[in-house]
Ligand binder design. Structure first.
Ligand SMILES: [Zn+2]
Length: 260
């Protein structure tokens, strides 16, 4: 499935790309020469010899350079971690890891799953890939589609970013959160809530309290008890969230959940 070509044969298109890329700068790296090409099922990745500001030479996949995934020989990694932490403050969230691994699967041939994504021509839309605003755009979409960041001490493996059309790109139109939707459908009508003396299915609760699409399923997923979910619905002003297995309000004060 993977074929490495080290002699491009110097036909016209090869000379054209040499002209286009040699001397180009990506962060601390400057392209000095073509090294080789790797052919996958539906895509080809060029590898370029790059010189880093610090003096090191490295060979880097073109897609990693243009997607902004590689900006130095490795000497920058520390700086970038600090920079991205301070720009959006989200570097240590699960959502940011989801975002990075999406970009890596599509543009970084060094990751194992590249052959099934970038290697098959799967891309990330420009809006999400943008080096400066991409993560923010992805974040906005995620929140709008019902993503809730799990508390840091909770392990979540079964909520995944999914593409509706498996041959299509990662884009707002083609993506959805899989665990959440399933969760919602599974739990919707066999889970009964008792609110203020009324017996309601999840669908009825959604309707009655005009909740956002995954309000209940996400909280169930992250281990909230029914009483806490009900309390949060009845007291939205509290901004109730889970912390260390208990519940706190928006100011971080512990909230004791009354039995309903
Ligand atoms: Zn360097």
């Amino acid at each position: 499935m993977k074929r490495i070509v080290t002699d491009a044969g110097k036909p016209g298109w090869h000379n054209k790309r040499l002209k286009k890329f040699i001397g180009k700068q990506f962060g601390r790296l400057t392209i000095v020469d073509w090294d080789h090409d790797v052919y996958y099922t539906e895509s080809r990745v060029a590898y370029w010899r790059c010189k880093c500001c610090c003096g090191n030479e490295v060979i880097v996949a073109q897609s990693s350079l243009t997607a902004g995934l590689t900006k130095s020989c490795g000497c920058l990694r520390h700086d970038v971690a600090i920079e991205s932490h301070t720009t959006h403050g989200m570097s240590y969230t699960r959502l940011y890891r989801v975002y990075k691994s999406m970009c890596n699967r599509c543009y970084n041939p060094n990751v194992k799953r590249f052959k099934d994504y970038g290697g098959r021509g799967i891309t990330v839309c420009d809006e999400w890939l943008d080096k400066d605003t991409g993560f923010q755009a992805f974040y906005n979409w995620a929140i709008k589609t019902g993503y809730i960041e799990p508390p840091r001490d909770v392990k979540v493996n079964d909520i995944t970013l999914d593409r509706k059309d498996v041959n299509g790109p990662y884009s707002p139109d083609n993506c959805r959160w899989i665990g959440m939707i399933e969760q919602q459908n599974n739990r919707r009508d066999n889970h009964i809530f008792h609110i203020k003396g009324e017996r309601l299915t999840i669908s009825q609760v959604y309707k009655k309290y005009n909740l956002s699409p995954s309000y209940i399923s996400d909280r169930i997923h992250y281990g909230w008890c029914d009483d806490a979910i009900i309390y949060a619905i009845l007291h939205p002003e509290l901004g109730l969230r889970m912390k260390n297995g208990g519940y706190v309000d928006k100011d971080g004060f512990t909230v004791l959940i009354p039995r309903s």
